[in-house]
Design a binder for this molecule. Structure first.
Ligand code: P1T
Length: 379
């Protein structure tokens, strides 16, 4: 089946009890047993829930993967991946990434004995030098949050050949409509489904997709043992969001391109970071692995002061100033004081995240209205 058909049908049969076309919200914590251990495949809702099952199958199908697992948030999904490792294990990780991921790695898992190397994953030879016999995972986020660097998933995945290393890709910024990391050699895909998968800024949710049966077993064990599972209502909302993912991503990308090109020609703007530009440092990688370039971008101002950034951010009327991204509505954010405040300033500057950087999640409104709002905010 092609993507658009899978987005609407994968994992979803009319409800066997009633024929309901849409997967019901199975709002139950437990299931009846006719005799101890004798049941219809469902015992307790932390372990299984039919609404969650449908969603897990649908996300897996969209990622061209075999198995999906859903979590209460993107961070709960990342947490389950980190729990695969033991003290002494080393993880190589992109140095430009969501602040919350940096925080859980450095403030939670470092104290449990995992060692993290944050580095520029676009420099493949530098990554190769960091690999030791203790390396167990390479963590990719691409495009990166918020500098919009694009990491070559295939080239990084080639580095693990013959070694006991997993490659995990946080596919939140792209969504499976734009890129499918498992097809490029990755072992694990992670999502903050709060973003494009849900698509309407009305749910916090996470997901993992893998192909390997043993890896699924280990992750499902974490999911059930630690219990960071989503409720059935939230699964329903993400399942509904997925049905329009392909259409939304096309419009996010079209609008993203229009805003990026508008900003590039603006006299007050210094640099615009959007992977569709031919002069973007990773454009060739983006062209190779991304179907379209998406609706995320960031930019710096010629007046590189935090005051100037705040002045612009306070003026938006159609764009809302808020954390998060990937919803139908356009958002702007200030990473240094919002989503990436948990990364020390000197670390942020290493990946180019200046104090004046503004991040934009371009929604699917009319592009003319969005450009007019940019114009008045920058003016
Ligand atoms: O918020 P949550 O669903 O737990 O997802 C965390 C997360 C994981 N990975 C990436 C790439 C993310 O961007 C996020 C969350 N990010 C924001 C809230 C943000 O505004 O960047």
């Amino acid at each position: 089946m092609k993507f658009a058909t899978k987005a609407i049908h994968a994992g979803q049969e009319p409800d066997p009890a009633t024929g309901a076309i849409m997967t019901p919200i199975y709002q139950t914590s437990t299931y009846v047993q006719s005799s101890p251990g004798k049941h219809k495949g469902y015992e307790y809702a932390r372990t299984q829930n039919p609404t969650r099952d449908a969603l897990q199958k649908c996300i897996a199908a969209l990622e061209n993967g075999k198995h999906g697992l859903c979590f209460a948030s993107g961070m709960a999904a990342t947490d389950s991946v980190a729990k695969l490792f033991k003290p002494g294990d080393e993880i190589i990780c992109t140095n430009d990434l969501y602040g919350g991921t940096y925080r859980i790695f450095t403030k939670v898992y470092q104290s449990y004995g995992l060692k993290f190397h944050f580095t520029d994953l676009t420099k493949i030879e530098e990554v190769r030098k960091l690999i030791t016999d203790k390396t167990r995972m390479i963590w990719i986020e691409t495009p990166t949050n918020p500098m919009m660097r694009v990491i070559d998933i295939q080239a990084i995945s080639a580095l693990k050949k013959g070694k006991n290393i997993l490659v995990a890709v946080d596919n939140t910024f792209a969504s499976p409509y734009i890129q499918q990391p498992l097809d490029l050699g990755a072992d694990i895909v992670v999502h903050s489904a709060t973003k494009y998968l849900g698509g309407h800024s009305d749910v916090v949710h996470g997901a993992i997709v893998v192909n390997d049966d043993e890896l699924l077993e280990r992750l499902a064990f974490q999911q059930n043992s630690c219990g960071g599972v989503p409720g059935p209502q939230d699964c329903f909302l993400v399942l509904r969001g997925l049905k329009t993912l392909h259409i939304r991503m096309e419009r996010h990308s079209e609008n993203g391109e229009k805003i990026a090109r508008y900003l590039k020609n603006h006299s007050k703007v210094d640099k615009v970071f959007w992977p569709g530009f031919e002069d973007h440092p990773d454009h060739m990688t983006a062209k190779k692995q991304m179907k379209v370039y998406g609706g995320m971008l960031s930019f710096t101002m010629k007046d590189d002061s935090i005051k100037e950034a705040y002045k612009v951010l306070e003026k938006f009327k159609v764009f809302s100033l808020a954390e998060s991204l990937g919803g139908v509505e356009s958002l702007v954010g200030h990473p240094a004081s919002m989503t990436h405040a948990s990364i020390p300033r000197e670390e942020r500057l290493k990946s180019g995240l200046k104090d004046s950087l503004i991040r934009v999640s371009v929604g699917i409104e009319d592009a003319e209205d969005l450009i007019a709002d940019m114009e008045q905010a920058l003016g």
